[in-house]
Write a protein that binds this ligand. Structure first.
Ligand code: BTN
Length: 175
């Protein structure tokens, strides 16, 4: 990896850690909070692409073995033992999912860039995270998915929009 590439990966991982420091917002009707760290996951996927993005996500999990990098001051073992583990595990797949969508739909038009990160960083995460949540809390699959999507889709869609805008703006600036 070139120096710039390593620096970008380290910087984006630091951003994930910083966003993890922000307090989660609990919702009464679902045992998973609103967090800002998933905005970071989307930015990581958009900025770093498939391979380096996945590396950054794995680095977060490794850092979390020593530091409280997840919202609410939790470490990786706690994050992977609880009801939100599904969301965290799917986060690792987001950069590769986006890279796959970029190969299938190579256009870089804003609307398409937004759609791709929404599919990879919001829909995939909220649906599979909801499936895990349903299994963990012994709810019906439908209940888990519907609840997860009702709770998170609106704000996560705004985060995806913000991530698309920010990534586009910063990429242009960095060039
Ligand atoms: C954790 O810190 O244990 C992970 C929390 C996962 C929260 C999920 S990510 C997708 C959805 N959007 C949110 O704001 N919260 C949930």
């Amino acid at each position: 990896m070139k120096t710039k590439s390593i620096a970008m990966t380290a910087l984006m991982t630091a951003l994930l850690v910083i966003l993890g420091l922000l307090p989660p917002i609990p919702l009464g009707f679902i045992p998973v909070p609103i967090v800002l760290q998933n905005l970071g996951v989307m930015l990581v996927a958009l900025f770093l692409g498939g391979k380096r993005g996945t590396l950054s996500m794995i680095l977060l999990l490794v850092l979390g073995l020593f530091l409280p990098v997840f919202s609410g001051g939790r470490m990786t073992p706690d994050a992977l033992a609880g009801q939100s583990a599904g969301y965290v595990l799917v986060w690792v797949l987001v950069p590769s999912a986006l890279a796959l969508l970029n190969r299938l739909m190579p256009s870089s038009h804003f609307v398409l860039r937004f759609l791709k990160i929404w599919l990879a960083g919001v829909l995939l995460v909220d649906v599979l995270g909801g499936v895990y949540l349903a299994w963990f809390t012994k709810q019906s699959l439908l209940q888990g998915i519907v609840l997860s999507n009702l709770a998170f889709l609106p704000l996560d869609t705004i985060k995806a929009f913000l991530a698309t805008y920010l990534a586009g703006y910063l990429k242009k600036r960095l060039k």
